[in-house]
Design a protein around this ligand. Structure first.
Ligand code: PLP
Length: 490
């Protein structure tokens, strides 16, 4: 039998140096690529061989295919001209931290499977409680604690399961949630969120087996924030019908328009009613590293759990979603199972955190490394400077929109997100977006607000500077002018 042909440490050193060089060049060149990939469906696969190679290939061939096949099939999320969705920004220290995580190849499911993996994560999440101005109850030194999940969707699902068990006094875990439409023995559990909340809430409700018909999409006000009177009425109606309200999910910075649900009033209501309050600040949460944006989380002291994504706006590569709970016992009770093969003395001593009980999967990567690298490289000051740069650029863009006769803001500017539209109506806005995106010069996406198509410009790129946003605005005005003239000519 042949010996396996592993890459030797020396080969790794040389290939690794070449790859780092390639990434550095990508950082220098990313601005030159069309932001939105111009690839046709199937065009990437058409260039790949139909069968996997029988013999190993040189690393140089791989690098060549990265340039020739992969790069043309990319949408360049790290381009300074990327304004679509929300950012998924990256940074040098984060890439290196992620590489180190791969290099160490650690699996951190239990404290005992790598104590540093767990303790660094707990520690960095405690740091972030202070850096972001979060309630002290979220600290591991209090009754709470933080954990890194792969995504806000997972954070919210985890919160839902903990809330489900609290509301059902452990009954769903024990007996299951499945029951017929009218053969209910146990009370139905209900969940509340605004009609502008992220789709991950509905997905979580489905996965947690609560049933979509038990999710209430609460009406919003003219700023697209949850109406507390409507929430209160929905809770009262469900209680009157014999249901048990299990969770309210409030949003700080909706995906559509950046709307902020009124946490102080929602929190007070949840406290009175004994309902789990989860707060989803996936994008906007990064902003509270600046004291001037802390009002976004006024009222968070009433929350049972909170999530935000450093992998969106805080210079940390996907995937990294931070999740805190005020009462870790509720979470662990809901998710803990202990098979014989995972028993160990550290777990039994009760003196350690086993993060497998804080998430859906068992296994976990050493994600805290990249976050630790980012925080140490930039310092709190550097992270604040990044957020302030983006917010100032969004404010500048919004001021241009307001000053222009043909354009209008469609929502209050929120945490680097500008929602705006051309006054000529949906057809022109859609044509404008498509033409801008096809040009490759920039990339932005849309939403619907008050039944009108609205363009979204989310400023959050690591390399986005004033000159990029100025060029984006000039391009938007010029393209809109050309479209209006074409329509006039037609
Ligand atoms: C992006 C976003 C999510 C989903 O984030 P993932 O980490 O991709 O699951 C959830 N909620 C809000 C408000 C978001 O903006």
């Amino acid at each position: 039998m042949d010996e396996p042909r592993h890459m030797t440490p020396d080969e790794f050193r040389r290939c690794g140096a070449a790859l780092i060089e390639r990434i550095a060049r990508y950082m220098e060149e990313v601005e030159q690529y069309p932001v939105l990939s111009q690839a046709e469906p199937g065009s990437v696969r058409a260039r790949l061989p139909s069968a996997a190679p029988e013999q190993g290939e040189p690393f140089a061939d791989l690098l060549r295919d990265i340039d020739e096949i992969i790069l043309p099939g990319l949408t360049h999320w790290q381009s300074p001209n990327f304004y679509a969705y929300f950012p998924a920004n990256a940074s040098g220290p984060s890439i290196l931290g992620d590489l180190l995580s791969s290099g160490l190849g650690v699996q951190g499911m239990l404290w005992a499977t790598s104590p540093a993996c767990t303790e660094l994560e707990t520690h960095v999440l405690d740091w972030l409680v202070d850096l972001l101005g979060l309630p002290q109850e979220f600290k591991s030194s209090a009754a709470g604690g933080g954990v890194i999940q792969d995504s806000a969707s997972s954070s919210t699902l985890t919160a839902l399961i903990a809330a489900r068990e609290r509301a059902s006094a452990g009954a769903v875990n024990e007996h299951g949630a499945a029951r017929g439409p009218d053969g209910a023995k146990e009370p139905r559990l209900t969940v509340y969120t605004s009609r502008h909340a992220h789709s991950s809430i509905e997905k979580g409700v489905k996965i947690a087996g609560l049933g979509r018909e038990n999710l209430r999409l609460v009406e919003a006000d003219e700023c697209h924030a949850m109406r507390v009177d409507a929430l209160e009425a929905a809770i009262a109606a469900d209680r009157a019908a014999g249901a048990v309200p299990a969770m309210v999910c409030a949003t700080v910075g909706t995906t559509s328009s950046g709307a902020v649900d009124p946490l102080p009033a929602i929190g007070a209501l949840c406290r009175r009613e004994g309902i789990w309050l989860h707060v989803d600040a996936a994008h906007a949460g990064s902003a509270t590293i600046c004291p001037e944006h802390r009002e976004l989380i006024d009222g968070l002291e009433h929350a049972d759990s909170y999530t935000f994504n450093p992998h969106k706006w805080l210079l940390t590569n996907f995937d990294c979603s931070c999740f805190w709970v005020a009462d870790r016992a509720a979470l662990i009770e809901a998710l803990s199972v202990l098979p014989e093969y995972l028993r160990n003395r550290a777990t039994e001593s009760g003196a350690v955190i086993d993060y497998r009980d804080w998430q859906i999967p068992l296994g976990r990567r050493f994600r805290a490394l990249k976050l630790w690298f980012v925080i140490r490289h930039y310092g709190a000051e550097g992270l604040r400077a990044h957020v302030r740069n983006c917010v100032a650029l969004a404010d500048w863009f919004a001021a241009q929109v307001e000053a222009h006769d043909a354009f209008a803001l469609a929502a209050p500017v929120s945490a680097g997100l500008v929602c705006f539209r051309h006054r000529a109506g949906d057809a022109l806005n859609e044509a404008l977006m498509n033409r801008l995106n096809e040009s490759g010069a920039l990339y932005l996406t849309h939403t619907r607000l008050d039944d009108r198509l609205v363009l979204r410009l989310a400023v959050g790129g690591t390399a986005t500077r004033r000159a990029h946003v100025e060029r984006a605005w000039a391009r938007i005005v010029e393209t809109a002018g050309a479209l209006s003239a074409e329509e006039f000519a037609a």
